[in-house]
Design a protein around this ligand. Structure first.
Ligand code: COA
Ligand code: AMP
Length: 632
């Protein structure tokens, strides 16, 4: 008899009892008396009358229960040659002081604070300090350019920005402070203050009256206690790519996040309090929020904060060193990291150099896990390799396998079965349910479980229209896929203009906006073409104005620079070519999917509505000049 099935079924059938029971596992100042307020769909509220605090659940609770001397964080930074261990007690001390520092600078519950920091302990401390006093943090990934930071500043209007002077990429120091200054200059909204952590690798120039040194301010700060907050108080805003250049500010509430994340640690990841858990991601992404910071701390684990890469810091054995040195029990990363390792060490020689006997499971997410990567990881690590399906919006997995309940048989290419609370369906364009094995839109019946997003910051109408309008009563995931006859879910592709580059979610629409901003570009299209290492890479096609004087090559170089400066290096936008015309339907819609098939070398049907089929030959030739299709 399956142990997973009754749990899953009761999460749908006895929703209130199921979640109220799980809610008992966290600390409340005032325990909720009901699970769900469904009076204003799709704005559902979980545990509406409870009060709690995420920082209390992450730190104070464990110190009070005797876990103070256990490591909360192991910071391992091959790029600075640093290793540091921080106990729960020490982390609580630091977080309480930073919370006091925020309060002294006028930040109070409900105010927004942007955190622009690399993978250093102060990033985690800042997030928890915000949570402690009820300030709403918004972490911005370091690989974004000043313009992207400016867009986020204007949208969430932070009272304060906390930044580091630099981040360290292999071979180069990324100075954050000039990017921050430029972003504040570009933004309409100006924060009252900035706290800047000076790292020894690059000194930030401070602006008198606005910028304050982290160390000085920290030293003088009083400690602040936890604020008792309503269950639905926003814990954070995390911006993610949508179909337009304007990112979506995903809002996560406090209690839903604590209840759901805490449950996943034992039941999905199979770890016990005290175990070392490592999510090799970045605090700037949702995986970092949920599984570097909050979930492991809610569960009393030791979390590894790794400032490095899977390869090149210094070699493809980096992950294995960290696992063996810190006795990691469960690793979570993106398939692209494994592809990078496999490329440099195809026969797994580096794996053999380390004792990985403590590792029990590997979890992969962030993009489709190709069966080759899954097989390579299984063969060389000798542990179950679990693909699970995730979105920034959901905050934890929509589909997973359940190491702490029952490991269901693995089907390569499938992230297995729905997590509690997700009533998944596959619908066709008319909203009818597809047959098993038939591809359609993957949707989840409302309400989504606790921990999933409650709205989009400043954009409740967009929350409704982007996610709940196409299929009324259902959340549209934006992914297409199918469910097989055994109930296994397969996630195949996005249905919108979002692409996935090295596990990073990016908008082709935003890149097109950057390209069309070039004065010589009349029209453009960006699509995601398959890439052996990064999963997908953006490819741009440009149509130029008739009277341009510059060469095609110069314009291509300039637009590459534009994307890097406006979106950031993380977009990895390097492939662009000039064409005379773009293929379109008669109604003027650019045929991106057809061009993607040409780039990938996959079959496509000649679109019936194409205005001139000969254009596809021109596009094929142009893509061939960039080396497409590339052999996979
Ligand atoms: N700050 C500043 N720049 C950053 C950055 C950061 N935090 N992270 C990445 N960049 C830059 C890189 O330096 C690179 O710049 P370049 O064009 O000058 O070389 C560019 O953004 C692309 O970076 P990246 O995607 O990391 O590509 P890469 O070729 O350097 O490395 C991988 C490839 C596969 C090793 C890497 O993408 C990786 O580790 N991926 C795992 C992704 C992940 O954890 N995703 C989270 C979801 S679970
Ligand atoms: P993000 O919001 O950055 O986490 O990206 C979410 C998107 O990444 C999803 O909508 C999917 O397109 C993709 N994704 C994440 N995990 C998986 C997975 N396990 N299998 C297939 N696609 C995935």
């Amino acid at each position: 008899m399956s142990r997973y099935t009754p749990i899953y079924e009761s999460s749908l059938a006895d929703r209130n009892d199921f979640w109220l029971e799980l809610a008992r596992d966290i600390h409340w100042y005032q325990a909720p008396t009901s699970a769900l307020d469904d009076s204003t769909p799709p704005f559902f509220k979980w545990f509406p009358d409870g009060t709690t605090n995420a920082c209390f659940n992450a730190l104070d609770l464990h110190v009070n229960e005797g876990r103070g001397e256990q490591n909360a964080i192991i910071y391992d930074s091959p790029v600075t040659d640093t290793k540091q261990q921080i106990t729960y007690h020490e982390l609580l001390e630091q977080v309480s002081k930073v919370a006091g520092m925020l309060a002294e600078k006028g930040v109070s519950a409900g105010d927004r604070v942007i955190i622009y920091m690399p993978m250093i302990p102060q990033a985690v401390v800042s997030m928890l300090a915000c949570a402690r006093i009820g300030a709403v943090h918004s972490v911005v990934f370091g690989g974004f350019a000043a313009n992207e930071l400016a867009v986020r500043i204007d949208d969430c209007t932070p009272k304060m920005i906390i930044a580091a002077s630099c981040g360290l990429e292999p071979g180069r120091t990324v100075e954050y402070k000039p990017l921050l200054d430029k972003a504040i200059e570009l933004a309409q909204h100006k924060p009252d203050s900035c706290i800047v952590l000076q790292r020894p690798q690059a000194a930030a120039t401070m602006i008198e009256g606005r910028d304050f040194d982290w160390h000085d301010t920290f030293a003088a700060a009083p400690k602040a206690d936890c604020a008792e907050l309503p269950a639905n108080h926003p814990l954070y805003i995390l911006y993610t790519s949508g179909t337009t250049g304007m990112p979506k500010g995903v809002v996560r509430d406090t209690a839903g996040g604590i209840v759901s994340l805490k449950w996943t640690m034992k039941n999905i990841y199979g770890v016990e309090p005290g175990d070392v858990y490592w999510a090799a991601s970045d605090v700037g992404w949702v995986v970092g929020h949920s599984y570097i910071v909050y979930a492991p701390l809610f569960h009393g684990n030791t979390t590894v904060l790794y400032e490095g890469k899977p390869v090149g810091t210094p070699d493809p054995g980096a992950f294995w060193r960290v696992i063996s040195e810190h006795n990691v029990k469960s690793l979570f990363t993106a398939p692209t990291a494994f592809r990078a390792i496999k490329k440099e060490d195809p026969t797994g020689e580096y794996v053999k150099k380390y004792d990985l006997s403590g590792l029990e499971t590997l979890f992969l997410a962030g993009e489709r896990c190709d069966p080759d990567t899954l097989a390579w990881a299984q063969q060389h690590l000798g542990v179950p390799v679990i693909d699970h399906w995730w979105q920034t919006e959901t905050g934890s997995s929509i589909c997973a396998n359940y190491a702490g309940i029952e490991l269901l048989p693995i089907k390569p290419g499938s992230p297995t079965k729905p997590a509690p609370g997700y009533h998944l369906k596959v619908l066709d364009n008319d909203g009818n349910e597809c047959q098993p094995g038939e591809i359609g839109a993957l949707v989840a019946e409302s309400p989504l479980p606790p921990g999933s997003f409650t709205t989009l910051w400043n954009a409740p109408e967009r929350f409704e229209s982007a996610y709940f309008e196409t299929f009324p009563g259902h959340y549209e995931t934006g992914d297409a896929g199918y469910i097989d006859e055994d109930g296994y879910v397969f996630v195949m592709a996005r249905t919108d203009d979002v692409i996935n580059v090295a596990g990073h979610r990016l908008s082709t629409g935003a890149m097109e906006e950057a390209l069309s901003g070039h004065p010589d570009v009349a029209e453009c299209a960006v699509m995601g073409a398959a890439d052996e290492l990064k999963g997908q890479l953006p490819v741009g096609l440009l149509v130029l104005n008739a009277n341009t004087e510059k060469s095609d090559a110069d314009i291509c170089t300039e637009v590459i620079k534009r994307v890097r400066e406006e979106i950031g290096p993380v977009a990895a936008f390097k492939n662009v070519v000039v064409v005379k015309r773009l293929p379109k339907t008669r109604s003027g819609k650019i045929l991106r999917a057809t061009m993607r098939s040409i780039a990938d070398g996959t079959d496509y049907k000649m679109p019936a509505t194409i205005d001139d089929p000969a254009i596809l030959d021109e596009v094929t030739e142009a893509l061939a000049s960039l080396g497409y299709p590339r052999s996979q």
